[in-house]
Design a protein around this ligand. Structure first.
Ligand SMILES: Cc1cc2nc3c(=O)[nH]c(=O)nc-3n(C[C@H](O)[C@H](O)[C@H](O)COP(=O)(O)O)c2cc1C
Length: 731
């Protein structure tokens, strides 16, 4: 709720000022080059701090008939107005050591004058200045709300600079650049507001009124100019401007403007006749000017240049993210998820391949529409909930009546955690009646909750066979009867685009009835290794999904022909040039983890397919280790050429196989058990572990990883899973 409030404010502020911000940023980029170009002018005095004010005044007095004034600009130029010994009046850049005029004062380059006008006032004078001031203020608010969104996302201000989880380019770099460039942008915005406020006289008066006491300074002995203590002590880098005495009258003084104060100096004895420190408003104004323009510091102007460019990127990536979100929300109405302690309804999901989430989301959305506060997460994240009244559990069953991976800790958690208040609960089991242990895990969960009086059943356990919409509607109806609610939840059927693919390569079936199939799409279809292709055989309604590899723009599948498998049998009959149709699905949770420091890929059987493509993606040569389990060495033969090629191109560091029907008769988890140190190192150094293949293998491997994690790293595996270091796609 808070996150969406800040994000919404951030978005509204950014949209309302985007056009002005684009103009201000582009002009800001151009203006950042002015201090840089000034710094390479021949008039720049690099050693102002080594030259005393007295030296320069004395030199100028010797060199010229009369000196009217000189100033030191923010770009470290010294400009003097003098009357030469020939009686000529000149204003020019001078060398403060020799007093010689180096050149005439040049007009500002037209590009910078033009751009400054546009940047400050959009050529609209006061109205324009007002708008730009307002936009600066909005930019401050955008930066602050951005910081709040960032802190919320990262899990608090202390975690602001921890690893960024986002994988989408725009989202990732909006966060990464945002958390560093926030500060210069905030400085640009605050100083912009300040300079605008000054222009509109919104700041307190800061004019100085000198008052001096003639008698107190008149009687001091005369001194040579160069010996005036104040001139001796002050170096040129502290000076802004010196106005020389108008006449030889003792009451005409040197008027010295330093960075922080103004002084009147007696022209014969060097006494300080009057000294006034600038009020804060004036000092802040000078500082704002320097910070906003970068004048006088090439390094800071470079920072401002990057900050201005980054604003353009933030606008672009912000728009891209918003469009993406709104596109998503058009196909699926947004679900407002409340915090776990702010919700009455807790909806916990156990799912392996995501289907159960589709049902849970439909119920979530409907509960929200009924005005309920809802928190949805996985069964593994079961916790206490301060305001909860209802606990809804939607879970699938896998393996031998086991929990899906994201629910495997639930039973242990229930034993440990006592609810704060009694919870009314309902369990919905998702399964398939072709399995002997139909919905067995849901049955276990339901029984477990029944045993504890802190959980009170709303209705009996409901089982849904094969994701049946009809059965789901029955449950919705029953729920409404028991709770006197009127939920209307239905699962939207996603109409996926059907593509036509041509078979371009196919291996013969090997001893295990496995083959590799390579397909090409007539049209350009964007996909990545790890995505899924769903093929529906002719005269069938149910599609079969395969994890794909992308190699040379082709879809590469590894298929095992099952005796009873309609889809795999159909695919095994395909010949070169045949066409098949199917849909492609993004599977972002199982893409190549290009930001990982090192990668372990674990597969058995045809589960190796996505990794064959991912090794092609590893152009940065991230250390990658492949572990594969199959029956015999011959089973591996069809994948070997991919591995050898990857090894020779340094796309993988190693590959190791386990054969269950040959040699030591090992499974992949047995080979992994000899690599505990490698696993521990990959997990501790921000590496990723990916698992693809059968669920039975996944369970065994997870057991081993859990052991290594607990014993070697003293942390449960879920820690690394939450840190997005563990990726699984098993079936
Ligand atoms: C390998 C595998 C094993 C399964 N084992 C069972 C089972 O033992 N009992 C059961 O009722 N359903 C079983 N199912 C069916 C799933 O639970 C069911 O398809 C469920 O809707 C999947 O939900 P999910 O996509 O959220 O993971 C199994 C499915 C697969 C693919």
């Amino acid at each position: 709720m808070v996150l969406s409030l800040w994000r919404y404010s951030h978005l509204v502020l950014a949209i309302s000022s985007a056009l002005f911000l684009i103009i201000a940023s582009i002009t800001g980029i151009i203006l950042a080059f002015e201090p840089i170009s000034n710094s390479i002018q021949p008039y720049v005095v690099n050693n102002l701090h080594e030259i005393s004010l007295g030296e320069t005044i004395q030199t100028l007095k010797n060199e010229y008939d009369e000196v009217l004034e000189f100033e030191v600009t923010p770009s470290d130029f010294v400009i003097a107005s003098v009357i030469t010994k020939d009686g000529e009046s000149q204003t020019g850049y001078i060398d403060p050591i020799t007093g010689k005029i180096l050149g005439e004062v040049k007009e500002r380059a037209p590009i910078f004058s033009f751009t400054t006008n546009l940047h400050r006032s959009l050529f609209l004078k006061s109205i324009g200045r007002f708008f730009i001031g307002l936009v600066s203020l909005l930019l401050c608010l955008i930066a602050v709300t951005g910081l709040l969104v960032l802190a919320q996302r990262q899990g608090g201000f202390l975690k602001l600079y921890t690893k960024v989880q986002e994988r989408n380019f725009n989202q990732r770099y909006h966060v990464i650049l945002g958390r560093w460039l926030l500060y210069p942008i905030l400085i640009l915005a605050i100083t912009g507001v300040y300079l605008s406020a000054e222009k509109f006289s919104l700041l307190p008066e800061s004019d100085l009124q000198h008052h001096w006491d003639v008698d107190g300074t008149e009687n001091k002995p005369s001194l040579d100019l160069i010996d005036f203590p104040i001139f001796k002590q002050t170096s040129l880098n502290e000076v802004r401007k010196i106005t020389f005495p108008f006449s030889e009258d003792t009451e005409d003084y040197y008027e010295v403007a330093l960075l922080d104060k103004e002084l009147f100096i007696h022209q014969y004895n060097g006494a300080v006749v009057s000294e006034l420190t600038y009020p804060f408003v004036r000092v802040a104004s000078q500082l704002s000017f320097r910070l906003h323009t970068g004048q006088g510091s090439v390094l800071w102007s470079l920072v401002l240049l990057v900050a201005s460019m980054s604003i353009l990127f933030f606008i672009y990536s912000g728009i891209a993210m918003t469009l993406k979100r709104s596109k998503k929300s058009k196909s699926e109405k947004p679900i407002v998820s409340q915090g776990k302690d702010a919700s009455e309804y807790i909806l916990l999901v156990g799912s392996e391949t995501g289907n159960t989430y589709t049902f849970a989301r439909a119920v979530h959305r409907s509960l929200v529409q009924q005005g309920k506060t809802v928190f949805m997460s996985s069964l593994n994240e079961y916790s206490t909930y301060k305001k909860a009244t209802h606990l809804l559990i939607f879970t699938a069953t896998y393996g031998d009546g086991d929990a899906p991976t994201n629910a495997r800790n639930f039973e242990k958690l229930v034993a440990k955690i006592t609810p704060i208040t009694p919870l009314k609960f309902a369990v919905v089991g998702f399964g398939s009646s072709i399995y002997p242990k139909y919905c067995r895990f849901a049955i276990r969960v339901d029984a477990l909750l029944h045993k504890n009086p802190m959980y009170q059943p709303v209705m009996p356990l409901h089982k849904i066979d094969d994701q049946s919409e009809d059965s789901f509607q029955h449950w919705v109806h029953d729920w409404n009867t028991h709770t006197e609610m009127s939920l209307q939840a239905s699962i939207r059927q996603n109409k996926k685009k059907l593509h036509s693919f041509t078979v371009v390569e196919k291996t013969d079936l090997n001893k295990d009835d496995t083959f590799i199939l390579q397909l090409k799409s007539a049209k350009r279809v964007p996909f990545q290794s790890g995505d899924l292709v769903a093929i529906t055989p002719e005269n069938e309604t149910k599609a079969r999904q395969y994890s794909v590899a992308k190699i040379d723009k082709k879809i590469v599948l590894s298929v095992k022909k099952h005796d009873q498998g309609k889809c795999s049998s159909y695919m095994s009959t395909l010949e070169l040039g045949n066409k098949i149709s199917g849909t492609l699905e993004k599977n972002t949770k199982f893409h190549f983890p290009k930001h990982a420091r090192s990668i372990i890929c674990i597969a058995n059987g045809t589960g190796i397919a996505p990794f064959l493509g991912m090794i092609e993606e590893n152009t940065k040569q991230i250390p990658m280790h492949i572990f594969w389990g199959g029956r015999t060495e011959e089973s591996f033969a069809m994948y070997e050429k991919f591995m050898r090629r990857a090894l020779s191109r340094k796309r993988i560091k190693s590959y190791k196989n386990a054969y269950s029907r040959e040699g030591n008769q090992q499974y992949v988890q047995d080979v992994l058990a000899t690599k505990r140190a490698l696993i521990a190192e990959v997990l501790t150094t921000g590496g990723a572990i990916m698992i693809c293949g059968s669920l039975a293998m996944q369970y065994q491997v997870l057991e081993l990883l859990e052991q290594v994690s607990n014993e070697e790293l003293k942390r449960p595996l879920i820690y690394f899973e939450k840190n997005q270091q563990l990726f699984m796609d098993c079936y």
